[in-house]
Design a protein around this ligand. Sequence first.
Ligand SMILES: Cc1cc2nc3c(=O)[nH]c(=O)nc-3n(C[C@H](O)[C@H](O)[C@H](O)COP(=O)(O)O)c2cc1C
Length: 220
Amino acid sequence: MNQEKLLTYQPVAGLLPRPSAGTPAKTIALPAPDMTTGLPLMGALWQRHSTREFGTEALSLHRLGELLWAANGINRAAAGGHTAPSAHGIHEIDVYAALPGGLYRYDPQQHCLLLKRDIDARGLTGYQDFVKEAALDLVYVVNHGRMTGMPRQQQDVFSGVAAGAIAQNVYLYCASSGLATVVRGWLNQRQLAEAMSLNEDEVPVLAQSVGFRAAGGAAQ
Ligand SMILES: Cc1cc2nc3c(=O)[nH]c(=O)nc-3n(C[C@H](O)[C@H](O)[C@H](O)COP(=O)(O)O)c2cc1C
């Protein structure tokens, strides 16, 4: 992709998000993850790969709960520790879930989804056609307001690493449970931030599509 094309490219669904399907719940309580299922770690590593062809089948609440917990849930309640590491334990990355039924922020403490906007934002999470078809697009948003003690360059490095760790958790959960996924850096940060009603100090750094593999879809 040359510079000229990049400048003229728009997110696949146009400039406006689609209305959400139905009336979204303000809060969605997520089921606790089942720690006894899925492939063991070595098997999941063996299976991990990116997929760019998705079916339209929705994820069950059970899978959504497990996926988000694996992404960045609380795994040490007493200390408030997360499944993904973060420099100084700041946990500057918020995980958003763009679902057909609304745009939600994952609350790791309560293990629930909180409605951010009553829109289907999937089509705005990237430039590739499949983003609007995947059952779920996660968006990793760095909250620079939590990192004010660090120089900006360090904020960018540390938050990129933290988002990458979350993305790999999602890859491993997907590999372990037979779901398809691909992490994506090719997105329009400004437009997405606006669609998501983010504050000035909140920046979407990565997105990740998740869903079932398209029937007969290639394994990549
Ligand atoms: C930071 C980062 C950004 C990426 N951005 C995109 C993207 O915008 N679109 C895409 O289709 N894949 C994207 N990928 C996925 C890579 O293309 C993919 O990991 C690579 O081709 C290796 O394939 P594998 O994941 O199956 O091993 C990205 C990966 C990383 C780590």
